[in-house]
Design a protein around this ligand. Structure first.
Ligand SMILES: *[C@@H]1O[C@H](CO)[C@@H](O)[C@H](O)[C@H]1NC(C)=O
Ligand SMILES: *[C@@H]1O[C@H](CO)[C@@H](O)[C@H](O)[C@H]1NC(C)=O
Ligand SMILES: *[C@@H]1O[C@H](CO)[C@@H](O)[C@H](O)[C@H]1NC(C)=O
Length: 389
C-alpha cells in the first residue's frame, strides 16, 4: 500500500537511526548514548553537506564572485574626494553677458577658439550627433583612429571608410591614424595611453595655441552646445574644468544618474596641456551634457565594443556575447556584463540594484537627435529593438 510522503519519510528516518545506532535506541537510552547517536547522524549530514555544499558554493562564487566583491567594495575603498560643483545657469532668452555674470565671470569681446579632439573606435552615429551638437561653436575637429582596439584586436578604419557622412565638418577636420602595436597579453590601458599621446601630436598639428579651448572627452561624452558657447564667451573661467554629464545606457531611454565627470575642457597651454581622461582638477561644471554608453544601432556593434574595450575581462562567459541575450538585456535596461553598480556606498549600490527604469522624456536632448528622430529612433524612449547584423 502506498503511504503518503511525510509519515513514510519520518518512519524511514527512524529506521536509519535504528540501523546506525540500533543498540542505543533499543537500550534504555542513557543521555550520553542518545547524544552519541545524534552526533553520528550529525556527522553523516555534515559530510553530505560538505560533499554537495562545497561544489555549489564554488560554483556560486565562480558565477557571482565579481558581484560579491563589488557589493563589499565600500568596506575597503573609500569614495574619492568630492568635486567642487559649479552651478550652471542657462536659458535661451538670457543674454551672454548676464549668463557670464551669473557664473561670476566677465564677458569677452570675441569668443575663444574651440578644439574638439576624440579617439575614435566605431561609434559613427554618436559621432554624427556629437559633431552636429558642437558644430556652431567649434573651430577645429580632431579625430584619431587606430587599426587596433585598446585590447589589441585588429579593427577596420571605420571613420576613414565612412568619411563621406561627415562632409559638414570636412573643412574644419584634422584626421589622423596611428598603427596599433599589437602586443599580446598587455593591459589595455597601455595601448589606450599610447593612442592618447599620438592624439596630443595631432592636436598640435591642428594649430592649437595658448588659451584656445580644448575639449577632452570620449566620443560618447557629448557636451551640450550652449555649455561650450558659454565657456568660449566668458572670461576668467578656470584653467581646467570637468564637465558633469547625464549618464545614459543603450539609449536616452535609460537614464542612470548625473555622475559622469571624465569629460573636461582646458584653456590650452603649450607644453603643459596633455590629453587625459582621468581626474585633473576639483572643479566640475553642473549639467553640461550627455554621456550615452553602448548607444549602438546594431547588435554587432555591441559585440565589437564588448570585446574591444578596456574592461574586456568582464566577458566572463561566452554566452554574454549571444545576440538574443544582448537584445534582451537592452530592452530590460539590465547590465551587459551582469555586474553590480560600481559605487562606493552601500546606500548607492542598493538604490541602483536591478534594471534601470525607463524614462519617457526626450526633453533637453541633443537637438540633432530630435530633428532627425526618424533616423535615430533607436536612441529615443520606447524603441529598444535593435537591427540585427
Ligand atoms: C524673451 O525676452 C524678451 C525680452 O526680454 C521677451 O519679450 C520675450 O517674451 C521672452 N521670450 C521668452 C520665450 O521668454
Ligand atoms: C563603415 O565602414 C565599414 C568598413 O570599414 C563598413 O563595413 C560599414 O558598413 C560602414 N558603416 C556604416 C554605418 O556606413
Ligand atoms: C596597422 O597600421 C600600420 C600603420 O598604418 C601598418 O603598418 C600595419 O601593418 C597595420 N596593421 C594591421 C594588422 O593592419
Amino acid at each position: 500500500m502506498p503511504e503518503t510522503g511525510y509519515p513514510y519519510r519520518s518512519k524511514k528516518t527512524d529506521d536509519i537511526c535504528d540501523d546506525v545506532c540500533g543498540e542505543a535506541s533499543r537500550a534504555a537510552l542513557s543521555m550520553s548514548k542518545r547524544l552519541r547517536c545524534a552526533l553520528r547522524w550529525f556527522d553523516f549530514k555534515a559530510l553530505l553537506l560538505l560533499l554537495i555544499g562545497v561544489p555549489i558554493l564554488v560554483f556560486v562564487i565562480h558565477v557571482h564572485g565579481q558581484k560579491i566583491t563589488y557589493f563589499l567594495r565600500p568596506l575597503w575603498e573609500s569614495p574619492p574626494k568630492p568635486f567642487r560643483t559649479i552651478p550652471h545657469y542657462h536659458h535661451e532668452n538670457v543674454s551672454m553677458e548676464n549668463l557670464c555674470k551669473l557664473h561670476g565671470w566677465g564677458t569677452r569681446e570675441i569668443p575663444r577658439r574651440v578644439f574638439d579632439a576624440v579617439l575614435f573606435s566605431n561609434e559613427l552615429d554618436i559621432l554624427e550627433v556629437r559633431w552636429n551638437e558642437l558644430s556652431p561653436y567649434v573651430s577645429e575637429f580632431i579625430l584619431l583612429e587606430s587599426n587596433s582596439t585598446f585590447t589589441g584586436l585588429k579593427k577596420p578604419l571605420f571613420f576613414a571608410s565612412n568619411r563621406s557622412r561627415f562632409k559638414f565638418v570636412e573643412s574644419r577636420l584634422t584626421y589622423g591614424t596611428v598603427g596599433g602595436r599589437f602586443v599580446k597579453g598587455e593591459n589595455p590601458f597601455v595601448e589606450e595611453s599610447y593612442q592618447r599621446v599620438a592624439l596630443d601630436q595631432l592636436i598640435r598639428i591642428a594649430g592649437i595655441s595658448d588659451d584656445d579651448l580644448l575639449i577632452m572627452s570620449d566620443v560618447d561624452e557629448i557636451p551640450s552646445g550652449h555649455t561650450i558657447n558659454l565657456l568660449r564667451w566668458c572670461d576668467d573661467i578656470p584653467e581646467m574644468l570637468h564637465l558633469q554629464l547625464r549618464n545614459y545606457l543603450y539609449s536616452f531611454e535609460f537614464y542612470i544618474d548625473d555622475d559622469s565627470w571624465r569629460a573636461s575642457i582646458h584653456r590650452y597651454r603649450d607644453g603643459k596641456t596633455r590629453y587625459a581622461h582621468f581626474r585633473q582638477t576639483d572643479d566640475l561644471l553642473a549639467d553640461s551634457g550627455w554621456h550615452c554608453s553602448f548607444c549602438f544601432r546594431h547588435i554587432s556593434e555591441f559585440i565589437f565594443k564588448m570585446k574591444a574595450y578596456s574592461h574586456v575581462d568582464r566577458i566572463r562567459f561566452s554566452y554574454y556575447l549571444s545576440p538574443s541575450r544582448i537584445q534582451d538585456v537592452i530592452c530590460h535596461g539590465a547590465d551587459l556584463f551582469d555586474m553590480l553598480p560600481e559605487e562606493y556606498t552601500f546606500q548607492k549600490i542598493i538604490a541602483k540594484l536591478g534594471p534601470i527604469p525607463s524614462s519617457y522624456s526626450a526633453v533637453n536632448l541633443p537637438s540633432y537627435l530630435i530633428q532627425n528622430a526618424d533616423r535615430y529612433r533607436y536612441l529615443l524612449p520606447g524603441n529598444c529593438k535593435r537591427e540585427s547584423g
